[in-house]
Design a protein around this ligand. Structure first.
Ligand code: SF4
Length: 347
């Protein structure tokens, strides 16, 4: 099916990053460990663009991901940006986006990004707790995050924030505080990446030495479900939950431990729907919970969210059947419904 939005990802390896965040092994995550030449970047972009369906006027963006883009040498940054901007000027791409660190943002940097048609700047914020940032060897503070976010917004960029529940010294309650503080910043988009222990990282050494305990899958789902709920309430788009299960990042690959699940987003959305369904059922007027036994429940939701409403392996359906004693639960997909909304009917 034709999409209305395409991202052309160009992975910028660890170049220029003098930091050593405990969880990071960019070479393994991106699957790229060397500097691409400009012809290779163009070849990569051309190959992806040649597969796109332009008939529906989709929005197309080139995304520089994988490193701290604005921390790499300026001539190299400009090489990447000039290539991307060339595609923008030729009308093949609408805009550029990139990810970087909060302490690699200032006026000069943002003016450069504006000149080259960058529309979206995503920041690796990870946590709003200074002690979590220190324990993770991030090398920036919460104040750096606040300063960078305000500056990015003042230049009119779309602001993205990446958060990582489960870093050293983090907890579900601390992550909830991070979410609450990020809501005050009011970014436009969010990515939630639960911390995984990747081979050949400082975190892997700490894990093997018994000095770091990853967040459990259940806690990571709870933490992310809280984030998803709060961000949705404010109209903030949560564009990614969990790492893409690529070959390199999978239980049998480079992930040594941590809350990895190939359907992590579905788990989180399932938890969100479970909470919402219980809330809706228990808030029904004129309905005594004791009288639900034997009744039928119809749930209407957006067509493409039926499996999340049902929960992984139908766990939500089963939990509701067991808790309230419904005789039957039917989930009805409605194309026109807004994402994450549900309407229930008990009869
Ligand atoms: S700043 Fe980014 S690229 Fe550098 S070590 Fe940390 S996570 Fe990796």
């Amino acid at each position: 099916m034709a999409k209305d939005y395409y991202v052309v990802p160009i992975f910028v390896p660890h170049q220029g990053c003098p930091h050593d965040c405990v969880f990071c092994n960019q070479k393994r995550i991106s699957g790229v460990d060397r500097q691409l030449k400009s012809e290779e970047i163009r070849y990569e972009i051309d190959s992806i663009l040649s597969t796109l369906d332009y008939d529906h006027n989709p929005r197309v963006e080139i995304a520089f991901f994988g490193g701290s883009f604005t921390g790499i040498d300026v001539p190299l940054q400009e090489m990447y940006l000039a290539i991307g901007y060339d595609y923008v000027q030729r009308g093949l791409v609408d805009a550029l986006r990139l990810s970087t660190r909060p302490d690699y943002i200032d006026d000069e940097i943002l003016k450069r990004l504006k000149r080259y048609g960058v529309a979206v700047v995503e920041l690796g914020v990870q946590s709003m707790h200074d002690d979590v940032l220190v324990a993770s060897n991030r090398g920036h503070s919460r104040m750096d995050v606040l300063r960078a976010c305000n500056l990015i917004k003042s230049y009119g960029f779309t602001l993205g924030v990446q958060l990582m529940p489960g870093l050293p010294d983090d907890s579900v309650s601390r992550f909830k505080e991070t979410v609450d503080q990020v809501l005050e910043i009011a970014p436009d988009i969010i990515r939630l990446y639960p911390t995984l222990v990747i081979r050949d990282t400082a975190l892997a050494l700490d894990y093997e030495a018994g000095l770091y305990q990853p967040m459990s899958l259940e806690d990571a789902v709870q933490a992310c479900a809280y984030g998803l709920e709060r961000f949705l309430e404010r109209g903030i788009d949560v564009i990614r939950i969990g790492l893409q299960p690529t070959e390199a990042v999978s239980e049998s690959g480079d992930v040594l431990a941590g809350p990895f699940h190939p359907s992590f987003r579905q788990l989180v959305e399932g938890e969100l729907f479970r909470r919402r369904l219980m809330h809706e059922i228990e808030a029904m007027e004129d309905m005594d919970l004791a009288n639900l036994k034997g009744k039928k429940l119809n749930i209407r939701c957006r067509e493409n969210q039926i499996s999340s409403v049902s929960g992984l392996n139908k766990r939500n359906k089963e939990a509701l059947l067991k808790k309230y004693g419904f005789s039957n639960i039917k989930i009805i997909g409605v194309k026109a419904m807004m994402p994450y909304t549900i309407v229930i009917e008990v009869f």
